[in-house]
Design a protein around this ligand. Structure first.
Ligand code: NAD
Length: 473
């Protein structure tokens, strides 16, 4: 295959660089090199691996300004978002691995003794899969590539990654940062391209596929992986609900809704995309959000709260959701379109579940708010979604809030906070329903990049009786 992908800066529209698209032969060669390197890497113990990878903290801190500049140009996000949404979660994860990875991956002795093997020593161990393919999206290109990539390395695997075709300068940046870690040659490889190259990467038979992206692409990747068959972990879209009870700290909840819905211009898998508010405080809450939204600044000036939407294709989706809601009777705090990829954040009320923006992932700066009458209805509304990634519950009654949170069909919940658990490196992250399956972050997530091998060493002599059976009298 031939051809190039040209990267453009979202900030000024200027062409930045051409990237040659990987051919199937390139992808096969990358897989071979990674496979050889994985053999070397797996011989290095977990503690040394996490220490070496943790050097990335120093490298990233030394290159912070460059990292931020590359991320802003590739995505259109504002500086604080690049720092807090991209760099910070990776640094937290590295710090976590530095301290806890070796213990998380240590062999587990099993002390229960079956009747048949009273003197056997039983243990189960974690082994790296070999080569992990990481396929990642454009909204957080650094975090969502580097986090699974580092997880793969720390657990003893090699990694071949494919960034979104919209984020290629970030891929080049990652290769440069990782090049300073003195890793075995070939341990990390990059494939360049779009959906066909993602498929070719799966066809090159990695030992595990870690995919982050849309539900449609996740289904296609899983179907292709099933042909080989290769295990997959899928981190897909979301339609996160925020449930606000009248006894909540409404000021704090309103600020969190603002941040949850509008940070990164709403292009966050765990963005607040549906806000349900108890009827008793609904009008008050809507008024607070409308007033607070009017104070937000769009653009990359010194007080820019929201940056650009990364692609015009995404602008079209957001606009379709906005127009559909207005056509079906929703009220809006203002117009959506500002200029080009820059959109106003908008609060919408008088919304219902027939509207697109309450069903499909919007991935943009729209915050629909709907009323509920009691906890039971709040749970029913929150669970009436094909997605199940993240949700939050707001109340001063912590017992009630946690009881409600435990009834939500999600992989992650928060009480009196939003979306922060993505930055909590010790908590496994992932979804249910159309939001995918599999976890990363924390010990649980680290282990999902390994497979379990059970071992038994027998120290007893075999019974002499030919018809011996432990359960007979
Ligand atoms: P996308 O599915 O279009 O692309 C994701 C990646 O998959 C890209 O690298 C793309 O080139 C590749 N790809 C696309 N089609 C493919 C195919 N058929 N076979 C193999 N590879 C293929 O997603 P996107 O538009 O880049 O990202 C936005 C989506 O990602 C949203 O739905 C968002 O919710 C989701 N997302 C999920 C999480 C999470 O952790 N759950 C995090 C961020 C984004």
């Amino acid at each position: 295959m031939s051809g190039v992908i040209t990267a453009y800066s979202v900030l000024d529209g200027q062409a930045q660089q051409n990237y040659p698209i990987s051919s199937p032969a390139d992808i096969a060669a990358a897989m071979n090199a990674a496979r050889q390197a994985a053999l070397v890497w797996a011989q290095i113990d977990a503690k040394q691996r996490s220490q070496r990878v943790a050097r990335l903290i120093a490298v990233m801190m030394a290159e912070l300004d460059d990292i931020i500049a590359v991320l802003m140009a590739a995505t259109g996000k504002v500086k604080t978002e690049a720092l807090l949404g991209e760099v910070y979660p990776v640094l937290e994860l590295l710090r976590y691995y530095q301290r806890h990875a070796a213990a998380s991956l240590a062999p587990c002795p099993v002390h229960t003794a079956p009747l048949a093997f009273p003197q056997a020593q039983a243990v189960y161990e974690r082994r790296p899969y070999g080569v992990v393919a990481v396929i990642s999206p454009w909204n957080f290109p650094l975090q969502l590539t580097l986090a699974p990539l580092v997880t793969a390395l720390v657990s003893g695997n090699a990694c071949v990654f494919k960034m979104s075709e919209l984020s290629l300068p970030v891929g080049a940046l990652l290769m440069r940062l990782l090049g300073q870690l003195d890793l075995p040659d070939g341990l990390v490889q990059q494939v360049i391209g779009a959906a066909p190259e993602g498929m070719a990467l799966v066809d090159a038979r990695p030992d595990l596929v870690f995919f982050t992206g849309s539900v449609a692409a996740g289904r296609a990747v899983m179907a292709r992986a099933a042909q080989h068959p290769i295990p997959v972990l899928l981190e897909l879209g979301g339609k996160d609900a925020m449930l606000v009870f009248a006894d909540a700290d409404l000021e704090r909840a309103a600020n969190a809704a603002l941040y949850g819905a509008f940070s990164n211009s709403g292009q966050v898998c765990v963005a607040v995309e549906r806000c349900y508010v108890e009827a008793a405080c609904y009008a008050d809450f809507v008024a607070r959000l409308v007033a607070a939204t009017a104070q937000l600044n769009v653009g990359h000036g010194p007080v820019g709260d929201l940056g650009a939407v990364t692609s015009l294709a995404q602008v079209a989706i957001i606009e379709a959701h906005y127009n559909d809601a207005i056509a079906k009777g929703a009220q809006a705090s203002g117009p959506l379109r500002l200029q080009g990829r820059y959109l106003h954040p908008v609060v919408l009320w008088d919304v219902n579940h027939t509207m697109l923006l309450m069903q499909a992932e919007t991935f943009g700066p729209l915050l629909p708010i709907m009323a509920f009458s009691d906890g039971q209805e709040a749970v029913r509304l929150a669970n009436a979604s094909d997605y199940g990634l993240n949700a939050s519950v707001w109340s001063r009654d912590i017992n009630k809030a946690e009881r409600i949170a435990r009834q939500l069909q999600v992989g992650n919940w928060a009480v009196n906070d939003v979306i922060k658990n993505i930055g909590h490196a010790g908590l496994p992250f992932g979804g249910v329903k159309n939001s995918g399956f599999g976890r990363y972050h924390g010990s649980e997530g680290l282990r999902q990049f390994t497979y379990t091998v059970a071992g038994l060493t027998s120290h007893s002599r075999l019974p002499k009786e030919p018809n011996w059976f432990p359960y007979s009298d």
